[in-house]
Design a protein around this ligand. Structure first.
Ligand code: GLP
Length: 234
């Protein structure tokens, strides 16, 4: 794991955007794995800036988002669909057919997971996966547990995650209890991974991710087994 210490949120966002941009310039038909949450917002803003300056072309890029809440409509302002279009896809020249986000309003979540995994395989896997980290060490929505599901699956959100994510909802009761997430094996198969962590509440999980110990109770600690992870951290 390569650790890149940074001193500001803006520097973290710029560095992450630079890594993504270089990847796209070197391989225009790159398959990107994308994350949501507060952490990557600045990176999306930087990528949009590069596109508007004419320095980046997303026309051949394919994307797969890590996760989505189950039970929210695609137009729900807290759905990850809404987030991705609002903060990124609406502002760059990515083709609609190349965008993939698990469908949180599906009638058949299990089938949706199988289809999602198949779509990723069909394009030859993810070249560069962008990740944030939850306060409990989750990546995507892979929650701490003694057992982890390898592939894309339906997950019951932990109380800690429901509490942490309730800041985006009117109240705790409005936070969905379930989600679809790529599994740790799906994530680990990405050729390259950029993990971003910003803020004091990420100190505890990040110390575990760099500790040398691997535990399914800290899903992000599995990233220590991957041979091309860049951790950008304050
Ligand atoms: C959510 C997402 C994760 C994200 C995490 C941290 O639970 N499913 O992919 O990394 O939140 O979010 P934030 O960046 O807002 O701290």
């Amino acid at each position: 794991m390569k650790i890149k210490p940074i001193s500001s949120y803006s520097k973290m966002s710029k560095l992450a955007a630079k890594i993504v941009a270089e990847q796209i310039i070197n391989k225009p038909n790159t398959v990107l794995g994308l994350a949501t949450g507060g952490t990557p917002l600045g990176m999306y803003r930087e990528l949009v800036k590069l596109y508007k300056k004419g320095e980046l072309d997303f026309s051949k890029v394919t994307t797969f988002n890590l996760d989505e809440y189950l039970g929210l409509s695609l137009e729900h302002p807290q759905s990850y669909h809404y987030y991705m279009y609002e903060n990124f896809f609406n502002h760059v020249n990515i083709e609609e057919k190349n965008i993939h986000i698990p469908k949180g309003d599906t009638k058949d979540p299990v089938q949706e997971c199988l289809n999602y995994e198949r779509e990723i395989e069909k394009v030859g896997g993810i070249d560069l996966q962008v990740l944030g980290i939850g306060v409990n060490g989750h990546v995507g929505f892979n929650e701490p547990n003694i057992n982890l599901e390898a592939r894309t699956h339906v997950i019951q959100l932990s109380n800690e995650t429901i509490r942490a994510n309730s800041r985006f909802f009117k109240n705790l009761d409005k936070v969905p209890r379930k989600a679809i997430t790529m599994g740790m094996a799906t994530i680990m198969k990405s050729k390259k991974i950029v993990l971003m962590a910003w803020g004091i509440e990420k100190k505890k999980p990040i110390l575990k991710v760099t500790s040398g110990h691997i535990a399914t109770e800290v899903p992000a600690s599995l990233l220590q087994v991957h041979n091309d992870v860049i951790l950008i951290v304050d």
